[in-house]
Design a protein around this ligand. Structure first.
Ligand SMILES: Cc1cc2nc3c(=O)[nH]c(=O)nc-3n(C[C@H](O)[C@H](O)[C@H](O)COP(=O)(O)OP(=O)(O)OC[C@H]3O[C@@H](n4cnc5c(N)ncnc54)[C@H](O)[C@@H]3O)c2cc1C
Length: 404
């Protein structure tokens, strides 16, 4: 039997799907909303396996969605955490240049940050860096006072609680297994029954391209899973890091480089690296999915990307397999840290969209098709920006899916 109670169905209970659902229930309280999540609770994947940083917006191209939604989303996130009693702290961070060739890139970050409207950005020398982070070393650093930290699993749980309180339904252990677009309705088949509706929003993270194909659409990109592995600083050495210490990122890659993050729990971790994962939910080296691997290898863009980035990919693999190499990368930022100070920590897998020409999709990407809206690229800083992304997606859905 098909359940036809719902006006809108959202697939995926990560921070983005929940952020969208929260906005739908706020803006259109009369709509009956269903969110289906395949796991037994929300935020089991990217949203529960990240660095917990409330990014400021310093990195992103002025004018991009990432820049706009990160800056407004960060402010909204801090306010949301404050209003709902979720632990958070605006602790600031330093981006540290350790080699002369990084100085122009650091200047470019400052320019971008200022263009994005960030307040209080300041370039500081080695002396002042030591006052901010006594154990960090570098030629110059960019001080970013508006960066913060929180726990996005807790944020996601709060979104789910508010959605339910406003009459929405969050159905867990409900994997979408089929989508049929009929002339007057869409049927979403799940492991907990079939639902007919008139609007679907695909927020399936690492599987968003597959859900797009399931709906009969061509996503035009493939999601490539990149695992990020962390080490934890042992408790007696967490005093080496006050807040957040980052390197200057390599502009050729969509990742920020291994860094030190103080968690809201007080723990300090180092990472994440970025290793091509052999399964979309491959949290460990030994997690291999033949289907995921075969689909990556069959995508022409994968080989183009591999040809272009094989050297850095190889370096990431070496660093992943060798603690001494990982530690050497960290010692550039924090010379006193050594192998004994670090124990293996958790990991997360990023969903990064890749084009057939082998280039990474840099900006957020939402693609409407009929009465389905596919959210195909929402990598970092999407947790930070989730409230703002929710608004932007609902703006599009209101017009394209006829939600209003
Ligand atoms: C290592 C790492 C560090 C990061 N650090 C930060 C950070 O510090 N700050 C920041 O802002 N961002 C960070 N990010 C990025 C951020 O975590 C993600 O951008 C964000 O969580 C994406 O949310 P999402 O809801 O799209 O994806 P997800 O959280 O992955 O949610 C997608 C959901 O869809 C579900 N799903 C998939 N298929 C189906 C199906 N068929 N049926 C039903 N449900 C399905 C999945 O189970 C999952 O729960 C980091 C990411 C990683 C991996």
């Amino acid at each position: 039997m098909t359940d036809s109670r719902y006006n809108v169905v959202i697939i995926g209970g990560g921070v983005v799907g929940l952020g969208v659902a929260l906005e739908v229930t706020r803006r259109f309280p009369h709509l009956r909303l269903l969110l289906v999540e395949k796991e037994d609770r929300v935020a089991r994947h990217q949203s529960g396996h990240n660095s917990g940083v409330i990014h400021s917006g310093v990195y992103y191209n002025p004018g991009s969605m990432k820049a706009r939604l990160c800056v407004s989303g960060a402010a909204a996130m801090v306010e949301f955490c404050r209003e709902h009693g979720i632990a958070h702290e605006v602790c600031g961070k330093v981006i540290v240049a350790t080699q002369a060739d990084e100085l122009p890139r650091m200047e470019e970050l400052r320019r971008r940050g200022e263009a994005n409207g960030l307040a209080g950005l300041r370039l500081i020398g080695p002396q002042e860096l030591r006052e901010v982070e006594p154990h960090a070393a570098g030629l110059q650093a960019l001080l970013v006072p508006s960066t913060g930290i929180t726990d996005y699993a807790k944020v996601s749980e709060k979104y789910a609680e508010l959605i339910s309180a406003r009459g929405g339904t969050v159905l867990t252990s409900a994997a979408a297994t089929g989508i049929r677009q009929l002339p007057s309705e869409i049927v979403v088949e799940t492991s907990r029954g079939a639902f007919s509706t008139t609007a679907v929003i695909n927020c399936a993270g690492l599987y968003s391209d597959r859900i797009s194909r399931m709906a009969g659409d061509d996503p035009g990109v493939m999601i490539v899973p990149f695992r990020g592995e962390y080490y934890d600083l042992v408790p007696k050495r967490t005093s080496l890091v006050r807040a957040l210490i980052y390197p200057v990122p390599d502009p050729r890659f969509p990742f920020l480089g291994v860094h030190f993050t103080r968690r809201i729990s007080g723990k300090v971790d180092a990472g994440p690296n970025a290793v091509f994962a052999l399964a979309r939910e491959g949290y460990r080296h030994r997690d291999i999915s033949v289907r995921d691997l075969a689909s990556s290898l069959a995508f022409p863009g994968f080989w183009r990307m591999a040809r272009q980035h094989w050297r850095s990919g190889f370096d990431e693999f070496r660093r992943s397999l060798s603690k001494p190499i990982f530690v050497r990368a960290l010692q550039r930022l924090l010379p006193e840290v050594n192998e004994k100070d670090l124990v293996p920590g958790g990991s997360g897998v990023r969903a990064q969209a890749l084009r057939p020409d082998g280039t990474f999709v840099d900006d957020f990407q939402f693609v409407p098709s009929g009465k389905v809206l596919h959210v195909l690229n929402v990598p970092s800083p999407a947790a930070t920006a989730s409230l703002a992304i929710g608004k932007a997606i609902v703006d599009t859905a209101a017009v394209r899916l006829g939600l209003a």
